[in-house]
Design a protein around this ligand. Structure first.
Ligand code: SF4
Length: 369
């Protein structure tokens, strides 16, 4: 079996962005007890997994952790869990937290991939998103990462923002491309329930872009990035060549085992999956009492697995094996019509979504469900 992935959820942010529903809080006083509890959880969960070849520090805002605390965490994980020699080690960071000194400390720890939450190079967009940085800060952070020797740098961007025009999105994309990042993640703005943004939309104080605008941005983004050498390998993800795809995220899409440590983290051991309690205090408390912090677990049935293979497969350029599709009655006719409509192509025993197909990945999965 392929090596497993290790995800560490860092559930802390300096401030909460108004559109964000991720499991994170601003209780930075909890960081030391969280760090200790991650190492305890690692030791308790270790026996279900063989070797890990990825370590993904996600959040939240891992980049705001003090360097010495992060060093203790990474060294502790290396002591508690078996790692392959060539680990892909990623840290998510916000531009406001990146300094040359901090970036150099990450490199020393073996972090070889940085994913920077730039979101936009337009200051009006960044104000709307409630971010702590401006465009100049994003540029400074990218310069600091390069100066520290990071070759693998990813940039996250958001399109479909109120007030964002086609021209301003193109300007953001062009600015991002000027750094020649090895990876780009481009997300359409989504309104998550129970966020400040959801309230603003409900009361009419913010008007969202319509669906045709999202579609147009998605297609144009794919066009622009493809013409600059990026592989559109997942709905929201682009890599500068096959080798720069996220090894870690690929594990989620291909049902390879992964261990998630920290509040709200999800895990899959190849047969069973589980997820942790969401609150930092509750998660730390369970571990302190000698219990596992599992909120719930399940063993997916063969049919659930097949539906997931469809749902995840059509989100990626790899697509889905034809043998999986054949389990659907009338699959040949469905496949023929999706190919005729330009949403799928058949290649090397797989049905792969085109860019237009990725745009309707959920509908493709439903068609074969
Ligand atoms: S920094 Fe990221 S995780 Fe934290 S609140 Fe903002 S969007 Fe959410």
């Amino acid at each position: 079996m392929a090596d497993a992935g290790l995800y560490v959820h860092v559930p802390f942010c300096a401030v909460k962005c108004p559109y964000c529903a991720f499991a994170s809080c601003t209780r930075l006083d909890l960081v030391p007890s969280w760090r200790d509890a991650v190492l305890v959880e690692a030791a308790r969960r270790a026996r279900r997994f063989d070797t890990f070849d990825t370590l993904y520090l996600g959040g939240g805002t891992p980049g705001l952790l003090p360097e010495d605390l992060l060093a203790g965490l990474v060294q502790g994980l290396r002591g508690a869990l078996p790692f392959a020699p060539d680990v892909e080690c990623t840290i998510e960071a916000n531009p406001a937290d990146v300094t040359r000194g901090r970036a150099a400390a990450w490199r020393t720890l073996g972090v070889n991939r940085a994913s920077l939450g730039v979101q936009s190079f337009d200051d009006d967009d960044l104000r709307f998103l409630g971010r702590r940085h401006d465009a100049a800060g994003a540029v400074a952070a990218l310069d600091a990462l390069r100066a520290a020797g990071f070759e693998d740098v990813g940039i996250d961007l958001i399109y479909g923002l109120p007030g964002q025009t086609r021209q301003s999105w193109r300007a953001t994309l062009d600015r991002a491309l000027s750094f020649r990042p090895t990876h780009l993640s481009c997300y359409g703005l989504t309104v998550e329930p129970r966020t400040p943004l959801a309230r603003l939309v409900r009361t009419g104080r913010v008007v969202l872009a319509d669906e045709s605008t999202f579609e147009a941005r998605f297609l144009e983004t794919s066009d622009v990035l493809s013409s600059r050498g990026y592989v559109h390998y997942e709905v929201s993800n682009f890599a500068l060549g096959e080798g720069r795809q996220s090894r870690h995220n690929g594990k989620y899409w291909r049902h390879v085992p992964y261990l998630g440590l920290g509040p709200a983290a999800h895990s899959f051991d190849g047969a069973r999956r589980w997820w942790n309690v969401r609150s930092v205090e509750a998660w730390v408390g369970r571990i302190a009492r000698g219990r596992l912090p599992t909120a719930a677990s399940e063993r997916p049935t063969a049919e659930q697995r097949r539906l997931e293979i469809l749902a995840l497969g059509f989100r990626t350029r790899r697509g889905v094996e034809l043998s999986v599709l054949r389990e659907t009655p009338s699959s040949a006719a469905i496949l023929e019509s999706q190919v005729a409509d330009g949403r799928l192509v058949v290649d090397a025993g797989r049905a792969r979504p085109t860019v237009r197909g990725m745009l309707v990945a959920d509908a493709l999965a439903r068609a074969f469900a």
